[in-house]
Design a protein around this ligand. Structure first.
Ligand SMILES: *Cc1c(COP(=O)(O)O)cnc(C)c1O
Length: 382
C-alpha cells in the first residue's frame, strides 16, 4: 500500500537517537531543551514546550488558559477529534464553528455571527481552537480581531502546519493567537515518533503549561508558595500530569527539523504537479489563499458529488493507494453526537465531508505513484 503520508528516517536521525541511548540521560537530558530552542528559532516565538504528543500539547494549552468545568470552548468543526477532546478533558462544554467547504478552514462569517448571537445571550466561549487544515493557515488576523473584542483566547491547532507561514511570519509565532500546538506523529511534517510542542509568547502561559506538564510541581524557588526548609524543597501547586517529552524523542525531532523546508519544497513540487494535471477537470484541490505559504501536509481534493468521491476512494484503495478522508466532522462521532449538535448548523462541514479526499503526498513520492493516482482520479471523477 502507498500511504497518504509517511515519515523519512535518515542515518543521521538514527545516529542522533543512538547517541542518546548511549548517554547517561535518556529522558530529561539536554536534547529536549535543544529541540525546544530549535522550534523557537523556526517559529519566532518567545517560548516552546515539548510534550509527549500533539493531543497532550492541546490539553496543556487549555489548562494554561484556565479552561475548567462549565467553560465553553469553540472548535473548528472538521478536524481530528483531539482538537475538541482537549477541552472536554478540562470539563468544558464544546461547540463547533462551521468551515468553508472550499478550503476546509474556519468560516469567518460563521464565527462572526455566532459571536454576535453568543454575546447577546451571555454564552461567549473562553477559548476558540482553530485548525490549519492540510497545512494552510486560517485567516488569523480576522479571527483575532473578532475574538479580541470579546476577550476570547485563541489556540492554533497547527498539527499539520509546521513550516507554514502566514502574512510573512511562521505559523507558531503566535502573532494572532495565545498558544500554537504542533504534532510530530509520523504522518506529520516532521516526526519524533510520538511528540508535540506548544509555542507561545507570554511568560505566564509558558510557566503554567510547564507546571501542568510536570505533575503541577514547581521547582523554581522564585515561585514557591511555602517557606523553604532545605534544598530538597519542591512543591505541587496544581493537579498536573507527566506530559514531558523524552530525550530519545527530542533527538529524533531535532534531527528531522533540519529537513523540514527541504521536504516542504519537495511536497510543493508534487502539489503543483497535481494541480496542473487537474486544472481542466471536475476535481478541485482545496482553495489556496495568498496570505501565506503552506507546508503542504495533505493534498485534499473535492469531487463534484458524493458518489464520485466514494467511488474514487474505493478504486484508489483497491489499486493500493492508502488514500484517506481528513476528516469526519467531529460532531458526527457518537461521543459528540450524543450531546445534541444540529447537523443543519454545519452545512459547510457536511458539504466538505461529502466531497473531500486526501491523495498520497510525501517528499520522496515516485513519479509513477503521482501519475497512476492522477490517471485513476481523472478516469473516475474527472
Ligand atoms: C495529529 C493531530 C492531532 C494530535 O496529535 P498527536 O500527536 O497524534 O496526539 C491533533 N490535531 C490534528 C489536527 C492532528 O492532525
Amino acid at each position: 500500500m502507498t500511504p497518504y503520508s509517511r515519515q523519512l528516517i535518515s542515518e543521521e536521525d538514527i545516529d542522533e537517537v543512538v547517541a542518546v541511548l548511549r548517554s547517561d540521560l535518556i529522558t530529561q537530558g539536554p536534547k529536549v531543551a535543544q529541540f525546544e530552542q530549535a522550534i523557537v528559532a523556526e517559529c519566532g516565538s518567545n517560548y516552546a514546550l515539548a510534550t509527549i504528543n500533539g493531543s497532550t500539547a492541546l490539553h496543556l494549552a487549555c489548562l494554561a488558559l484556565g479552561v475548567s468545568a462549565g467553560d465553553l470552548v469553540w472548535v473548528s468543526a472538521v478536524s481530528f477529534v483531539a482538537s475538541a477532546n482537549c477541552a472536554r478533558y478540562c470539563g468544558a462544554v464544546v461547540d463547533f464553528i462551521d468551515i468553508n467547504p472550499n478550503d476546509g478552514l474556519l468560516c469567518i462569517e460563521s464565527l462572526s455571527s455566532k459571536l454576535q448571537y453568543a454575546s447577546k445571550h451571555g454564552k461567549l466561549p473562553k477559548v476558540l481552537i482553530v485548525v490549519h487544515l492540510a497545512g494552510q493557515s486560517c485567516a488569523m488576523k480576522e479571527i483575532a480581531q473578532l475574538c479580541r473584542k470579546y476577550g476570547i483566547a485563541i489556540i492554533e491547532d497547527a498539527a499539520h502546519a509546521l513550516g507554514s507561514s502566514y502574512l510573512g511570519r511562521p505559523v507558531g509565532s503566535c502573532e494572532y493567537s495565545d498558544i500554537c500546538v504542533f504534532s510530530f506523529h509520523p504522518v506529520k511534517p516532521i516526526t519524533s515518533a510520538e511528540g508535540g510542542m506548544l509555542t507561545m509568547n507570554n511568560q505566564q502561559l509558558f510557566q503554567s503549561a510547564k507546571l501542568y506538564a510536570n505533575h503541577g510541581i514547581e521547582r523554581n524557588s522564585d515561585l514557591f508558595e511555602l517557606e523553604v526548609e532545605g534544598d530538597w524543597h519542591y512543591e505541587q501547586q496544581a493537579l498536573g500530569y507527566n506530559y514531558r517529552m523524552s530525550d530519545l524523542h527530542a533527538a529524533l525531532g531535532w534531527s528531522q527539523l533540519k529537513r523540514l523546508h527541504q521536504w516542504r519544497k519537495a511536497r510543493k513540487k508534487w502539489v503543483e504537479y497535481y494541480r496542473s494535471a487537474l486544472s481542466e477537470s471536475n476535481i478541485s484541490p482545496l482553495f489556496a489563499h495568498d496570505h501565506g505559504e503552506s507546508t503542504h501536509h495533505l493534498f485534499v481534493i473535492l469531487t463534484k458529488d458524493n458518489a464520485l468521491r466514494n467511488e474514487l476512494f474505493r478504486q484508489l484503495r483497491g489499486a493500493g493507494f492508502s488514500v484517506n478522508l481528513h476528516y469526519i466532522p467531529i460532531f458526527l462521532h457518537p461521543y459528540y453526537r450524543l450531546q445534541g449538535y444540529d447537523i443543519a448548523d454545519f452545512q459547510g462541514a457536511m458539504n466538505y465531508y461529502r466531497h473531500a479526499l486526501s491523495l498520497p503526498l510525501f517528499a520522496d513520492m515516485d513519479q509513477a505513484v503521482a501519475d497512476r493516482v492522477l490517471e485513476l482520479s481523472l478516469a473516475i471523477a474527472g
